[in-house]
Design a protein around this ligand. Sequence first.
Ligand SMILES: *Cc1c(COP(=O)(O)O)cnc(C)c1O
Ligand code: SF4
Length: 446
Amino acid sequence: MPNAPQLRFYTARDIDSLPQLQALTAEQRLDMKAVAAVLPFRVNQYVIDQLIDWSNIPSDPIFQLTFPQRGMLSEPNFKLMRELIAKGAPQPEIKTAAEKIQRSLNPHPSGQINLNVPLDAQGKRIPGMQHKYRETVLFFPMAGQTCHSYCQYCFRWAQFVGLQDLKFAAREAEQLVEYLKRHKEVTSVLFTGGDPMVMGAPVLRRYLEPLLGKGLEHIQSIRIGTKAPAYWPYRYTSDADADDVLRLHEQVQASGRTMALMVHYCHPRELQTEAAQAALKRMRDSGAEVRCQAPLIRHINDNAETWRELWDLEVRLGAHPYYMFVERDTGARGYFEVPLVKAYEIYSQAYRAVTGLARTVRGPVMSCMPGKVVVDDVTEYGGEPVIVLKMIQGRNPEWVNRTFLARRDDNATWLDQLKPAGKPWFFGDELQQMIESGNARPWENV
Ligand SMILES: *Cc1c(COP(=O)(O)O)cnc(C)c1O
Ligand code: SF4
């Protein structure tokens, strides 16, 4: 078993003292501090020692993934923050300026708050849950709202608080169970965060075990979305409670359900260390299904060869490629986004280069307001250049597996920038109605 490095985190405070950053100029470090004042930055010793190639900064993909980059803020915002930091402005002043910028960056995209949060039996909103697609409930355990390191393209900072409270976990789990008992249409529960695998095994157990009880026979699978196997593989090998985590997987499997780990790997290097491979092997040996997903991100993985290598390696190590996402319409998207047409080309080129074993992947996928939409083709229709889109998850289950056409736009990076080609999109009126009525779960009305 590989020996774990010390579990040590670095934040904005450490930018000037971190030995590896001495290769940069003081000006460059000031740039990083300006960005880190607005967007969350936290990285651990494993990522620093084993994932980043320090001979290649700043362009190294894992450095781009985990360290703040100047281009992540718009030029005026960047200048403002840099000035405040350079002149040593008082903390409250820096904080006020940072919060103003944060609020301008669309922190809760795609109707996450208004349309996805379900109601309890008394009609009150249940805050830690989202129920957007009929079969699957997303659950955000309060104790899992932080991560082993932060991806710079992520904007879940709005919820990065972290709280390891057993009593709270039990109360939350009770709410989840109560909801699921009333909703027999749900067959899958997906734990997400942050990263639920920042939780210790006893806290995790408080959430998982109640789902195996009576009255919940309709729950066929429990999924955990995590990046721990990439950022802290010792979670599954040498952490004190690593074995307990694996026992939990076994318990879920033994109840007749699928334990699925939805792992976020965004670069092959995350799978090349001895620790990462040992972790994946232990996860699989516990009987868990491992599915891999990641966004397509400029500066990190925006070329076909990286994806081909990633998918091949995943399959070789016994995991299944699942989704290639399009970078969300939030946060520092200007720095990280890739146009949809280019995303389609990268995806296709990588897809053509792998065997059918890796073609379990679907993408590029936008997780947007109406549902999950895949860019399925860039072609011509009736003499007009078009983008063919396909709904693979929908707020209305009847929308799933239907295609629709957009006028080709080589600069568009998200669905809301596209215009229908020919007739209006089939879901438009119904979606509008959902937004106006605030009722976005049509299966509940029948
Ligand atoms: C992706 C997603 C799911 C899970 O969808 P699957 O296609 O079953 O993987 C569930 N809820 C939301 C809000 C999602 O974005
Ligand atoms: S691990 Fe997931 S939730 Fe955490 S920062 Fe990365 S993308 Fe965001």
